[in-house]
Structure formats: structure tokens, C-alpha cells
Design a protein around this ligand. Structure first.
Ligand code: IFM
Length: 459
């Protein structure tokens, strides 16, 4: 689909779709995660997470910061939910901080942690925001890491126990549950590349972690369904359309290898095909230990698939580079402040491919957004034209996919608020809403004003 540009008073703008172009029950949301926004790290019985420990390790976070205070959302959530409501959102994706619920193996759930999420969920419902709860967005209790973390099979059982406790308490008001956010990142960035917590750099460990994270997803589903009437449960994967660096046979072969690990390694088992044979052969002795029944558990039926999309990856053959001899090239052309390519069409391409390859049922874009170096003008505005255009162009691409018959039922912008961007600390801003970390003042950026106008537009 070609993006058409039209002149407006603000300059050249991509032609965005109108809200009325989408189904009336389409979900329009924004997403956040617990460690990135909540702060209150030592309040109401919350225990240490792997991100507290990682952030306290010198050199791990670019600006030396942590999520200890972040956006202080733990205390300021009413204001943040008011903002969501005033933008016109009808859904809000958040995550449960496991260290607020359980300190480690055994023991009882922490009532104060559960109370917090009950207040938060009631606040969403009171504001017309459909709650979408993610059970794991990377903040594992450090006590579990000390016993092996996701490399240990016992962590799967601990996750199911946490999922059970949380859905028992909230299941009468939260219908939509995402078990795991971006298993690839948990496994590969946290345990192979090592620049996310817990900072391990071992490929075999990463594949075992990926297996346990997928197993935790599958084993939690029965608990969710037992506790939540009419539950709708799924998982959110970070996916990239892939492009070969050239037309050479070598780059095409590299692309197929990368695709095996980045895409099929997660989607194939989730949809009952087991781990892809070609990739199993390539990883050899690094393949995970799989017990009888694991693959059936992982393939338990889901109600939707969440797709987190940011950018396409261009891959080249690179003998000796990484476990599969593949290099992901630096982006050329238009990029965000993260250096990530801006490629709206990639979203449509990805959604079409996932729908074609796996027929996972309803799809939701559970994250999509952009980082720019935002500044506040003297009159208090944040003129984030780049993000506004990013949003318009991605919604246009999304609309194109829907028109082609891809069953996308909702879109969650990443993120509602600027927040702690993991190893980049507070140097990277993804929010529709600007956060001044010194004062905790929130300001709607121009992208938020545009999203609000889009959402308010009469049909
Ligand atoms: O901030 C992250 C989020 O936690 C997971 N998906 C990607 C976002 C931007 O990097």
C-alpha cells in the first residue's frame, strides 16, 4: 500500500485512516509494564527483582538509573488512568509485578500486592478501560533467579502458582490475560546477548530458558481458564519481518536460519508443530531438554495472539558470527532515535504472514511505537512530529492489513508514558505522554493529541 501525503497546516502529513474505518468494537489502547513505570520498589512488601539487581550492577544501565522510582505510577495511577480515559482509549495493557505477589518459592501471596492490582483494575473499569493484564513482563523475583531463574524448571511451577493467585483475585473483572511478553527477549537478550537482566551470555541456557518460558505460558493457561469466566488468554511475541541483505544465495540462506530462531522457534511450538527441524539441527547440542508432554502443554489453545512490532530486520550471511552465522545489519534510511528503521508496511506484512502461516485466530497489536529525542518547548508543548507520523503511518498500514482480511481486533500503542527503557535507562522516550522525572509532571505530546483527535472523530 502506498502512503499518500497531504498538505496540512503542520506540513506534510501521511494520510491516516479514520477510526470509523475500523470495526466499532476495535480496541484502542496503550501499553505499559510494571518495572518500567511503577517505581515504589520497596513498598508494601515488594521484593527484589532481577531488574533491581541488574540495574544496581555498575555499567549495566546506560545512565546508571533503575526503576526504583520510574514514573511513580504505583502512587500516581489514578492520574495516569485519567489520561488514558481522556485520550479516548477503551483498553489499557499493563503488567503484574511478580515481586509484589510472591517473594520466592513457597509462601503465601502478598495481599498488599494483590490489593494494588485490584485497585488499579477497578480504576480502569471505572474509566471505561478494558484491562489487559500481562503476567510476565521481565521482572522475575531475584530469589527465583538465585535458584536458577528461567533456566530452572521449578520456575515454570512458580509462574503457574503466581498466575493462579493473580487470576483467582482478579479473574472476576479481568477477562484478557497475556501470559508472557516477548519470550525471545527474555531468553535471548537476557541469557544469550546478556544486556538485559539477568545478564547471562550462554546460548544453550537461552534456549532452555525459551523452552521454560513457553512451557510456563502453556501450563498457566488451565489455571487462567479455571479462575476466569469467559477468559481470553494469549501470548505477546516480538516479531520482525525479515529481509535479506542482498539477492545472494548466502544471504537468503542466512535469512532462513535467522527466521528459524527468531520466528518459527516460538510460533511453531505454540501452534502444535514442535520446534522447527532445520533449526534444531543447526543448534545441535544447545537444544533444550524437553520432557514428555511439554510440547502438548505449550500448544494449549489460545484465544488470540499478541504481536509486538517495531521494525524489520535485514540479515546477512556472516560465518562465525553468533550461533547461526548471521548478522543483523544496522538500519539505513529513516530511523527513530533507537536507530530502528521506520517501516510501517512491515507491520501489515508481518500480520499477514502470521495469519497466513498459523491462523492463530484474532490478532492484537500489543505493542507498536517509536522513540524520539523529545524536548519540552517554552510553552510546555512536546512537538513530537516524528512519533505522530509514525503512529499515523502504522495505523494506515494496520488498516491495509485489516482490509486484506487479517483479523486484527485491537491496537496498543507503546507506550502510554515515557518510562524506564531497560538498559537504556531514561535516555529513551517512547511515551505518548511526556514524563518530567524530576517533578513527575505528565504532558500530552503532540502524538497523544493526534491519537485523541483520531479516537474522538465521529464515525
Ligand atoms: O520498552 C520495551 C518493552 O518493554 C518491550 N517491547 C519493546 C519496548 C521498546 O523497546
Amino acid at each position: 500500500m502506498t502512503t499518500i501525503f497531504q498538505a496540512t497546516e503542520q506540513g506534510l502529513e501521511p494520510q491516516a485512516p479514520r477510526r470509523a474505518d475500523f470495526a466499532t468494537d476495535f480496541l484502542w489502547g496503550a501499553a505499559t509494564s510494571s518495572y518500567q513505570i511503577e517505581g515504589a520498589a520497596q513498598v508494601d512488601g515488594r521484593v527484589e527483582s532481577i531488574w533491581d539487581r541488574f540495574a544496581a550492577t555498575p555499567g549495566k544501565i546506560r545512565d546508571g538509573s533503575s526503576g526504583a522510582v520510574a514514573c511513580d505510577h504505583y502512587h500516581r495511577w489514578p492520574q495516569d488512568l485519567d489520561i488514558g480515559r481522556d485520550l479516548g482509549l477503551n483498553a489499557y495493557r499493563f503488567s503484574i509485578a511478580w515481586p509484589r505477589i510472591f517473594g520466592g518459592p513457597g509462601g503465601k501471596p502478598n495481599p498488599k500486592g494483590l490489593d494494588f492490582y485490584e485497585r488499579l483494575v477497578d480504576g480502569m473499569l471505572a474509566r471505561g478501560l478494558q484491562p489487559w493484564a500481562t503476567l510476565y513482563h521481565w521482572d522475575l523475583p531475584q530469589a527465583l533467579q538465585d535458584r536458577g531463574g528461567w533456566n530452572a524448571r521449578a520456575t515454570v511451577d512458580a509462574f503457574v502458582e503466581m498466575a493462579d493467585a493473580v487470576t483467582r483475585r482478579l479473574g472476576d473483572r479481568v477477562r484478557h490475560w497475556i501470559t508472557q511478553n516477548e519470550p525471545w527477549c527474555t531468553a535471548m537478550i537476557g541469557h544469550h546477548e546478556g544486556w538485559h537482566a539477568p545478564g547471562i551470555a550462554d546460548f544453550r541456557t537461552a534456549l532452555q530458558v525459551a523452552h521454560h518460558v513457553l512451557l510456563a505460558h502453556g501450563k498457566a493457561l488451565p489455571a487462567i481458564r479455571a479462575n476466569v469466566p469467559d477468559a481470553r488468554a494469549g501470548i505477546a511475541l516480538s516479531l520482525h519481518p525479515l529481509r535479506p541483505a542482498s539477492d545472494s544465495a548466502l544471504d537468503h540462506a542466512a535469512l532462513a536460519r535467522h527466521d528459524g530462531l527468531r520466528y518459527r522457534w516460538f510460533l511453531d511450538p505454540l501452534y502444535g508443530r514442535g520446534y522447527p527441524e532445520d533449526t534444531l539441527r543447526l543448534v545441535g547440542a544447545a537444544a533444550p531438554v524437553v520432557q514428555a508432554g511439554d510440547m502438548e502443554a505449550i500448544a494449549a489453545p489460545t484465544d488470540f495472539l499478541g504481536v509486538n512490532y517495531y521494525f524489520p530486520e535485514t540479515v546477512a550471511d556472516a560465518p562465525g558470527h553468533g550461533p547461526l552465522g548471521v548478522r543483523v545489519l544496522e538500519a539505513r534510511g529513516e530511523t527513530t532515535a533507537m536507530g530502528w528503521p521506520v517501516a510501517p508496511q512491515g507491520l501489515a506484512e508481518l500480520l499477514q504472514r502470521v495469519h497466513r502461516d498459523y491462523r492463530p485466530g484474532p490478532l492484537y497489536v500489543t505493542e507498536n511505537g517509536a522513540c524520539y529525542d523529545d524536548t519540552v518547548t517554552a510553552d510546555g508543548a512536546v512537538r513530537d512530529l516524528g512519533r505522530k507520523r509514525y503512529l499515523m503511518r502504522h495505523l494506515a498500514a494496520l488498516h491495509g492489513a485489516v482490509k486484506k482480511g487479517v483479523p486484527v481486533q485491537g491496537y496498543f500503542a507503546w507506550s502510554l508514558l515515557d518510562n524506564f527503557e531497560w538498559s537504556e535507562g531514561y535516555l529513551r522516550r517512547f511515551g505518548l505522554v511526556h514524563v518530567d522525572y524530576a517533578t513527575q509532571q505528565r504532558r500530552l505530546k503532540d502524538s497523544a493529541l493526534w491519537y485523541r483527535a483520531f479516537l474522538r472523530e465521529p464515525g
